[in-house]
Design a protein around this ligand. Structure first.
Ligand code: HEC
Ligand code: HEC
Length: 209
């Protein structure tokens, strides 16, 4: 290496270190700002919000599932006007960091579901309804409803949110025929459950920690 290029390489290396440190600091700041933004709707510890438009719990949700859903909103595979606006500006690195952050929270379930439905809901969750081809939810979502990877946690999820998702599955998910996704797994189940059965299973998981 010539002396002149060594002289240039040194300051370049120092500059590169400086800029990547500054970049990381900026990323941390914007991550913190984003977390605060998410919690204005999803609750201060990601516990969700019971309202006219129920906002789902993110606390303790599977990180991979969170990332998948953010991507699905951006790619219009999952339709929701609020979350499209929120998600399409997030960089992939921030999406990963947000998913990790919320997956590590463990807020108490908000409750509020009709307690009288819990026993029926537990039975559906654990045994399914063989007569109408409803599989046991437990087979995929796990015995404690904590989910795994791309399969979401349902424990502690708001019952009104779950009800609205299961009753509207095919108008909200898997919306790009050119890009079929994992949401197709839930389509027959969402069709085969009656409204009363949906309300029961939603009440059961809403109280699980
Ligand atoms: C203006 C309110 C609002 C803000 C701000 C907001 N969300 Fe949401 N979010 C919603 C609503 C409403 C839904 C339910 C949408 C639906 O049913 O598809 C939702 C759904 C989600 C889901 C899908 C959850 C599931 O169980 O499938 C994820 C993941 C999510 N939001 C992440 C975030 C993240 C991360 C942020 C911050 C960058 C954020 N949200 C900011 C309102 C908001
Ligand atoms: C064969 C595996 C499988 C079975 C059985 C199953 N699920 Fe799912 N479920 C999934 C997958 C995978 C997803 C994620 C879909 C996506 O990414 O859009 C999901 C998503 C969901 C969601 C959306 C959660 C959210 O946060 O938006 C609900 C609600 C749900 N399932 C309820 C149930 C119920 C109730 C049962 C039993 C009656 C059940 N599931 C049985 C695999 C399964």
């Amino acid at each position: 290496m010539k002396v002149s290029s060594i002289r240039l390489a040194m300051p370049m290396a120092i500059l590169a270190i400086f800029f990547s440190a500054a970049g990381r600091a900026e990323e941390r700041q914007s991550l913190q700002a984003k977390i605060e933004y998410c919690t204005t709707c999803h609750g201060s510890s990601g516990q969700g919000y019971h309202g006219f438009y129920p906002i789902p719990r993110l606390g303790g949700q599977q990180a991979q599932y969170i990332e998948n859903q953010l991507r699905a909103y951006i790619e219009h595979r999952r339709e929701n006007k609020y979350m499209y606006s929120v998600a399409h500006v997030l960089s992939p690195a921030i999406r990963t960091a947000l998913a990790k952050h919320f997956s590590e929270l463990n807020p108490k379930p908000m409750g509020g579901a009709p307690k009288g439905l819990v026993a029926t809901g537990k039975k559906i969750y654990e045994d399914g309804i063989p007569e109408t081809n409803v599989p046991a939810c437990m087979a995929c979502h796990g015995s404690e409803a904590k989910g795994q990877g791309a399969i979401p946690r349902l424990a502690g999820q708001l019952n009104d949110y779950i009800i609205s998702k299961l009753l509207n599955w095919n108008s909200e998910r898997g919306r790009d025929p050119a890009r079929p996704d994992i949401s197709a797994i839930m389509l027959p189940t969402s069709h085969n459950l009656t409204k009363a059965q949906v309300a029961a299973v939603a009440a059961y998981v809403a109280y699980l920690r």
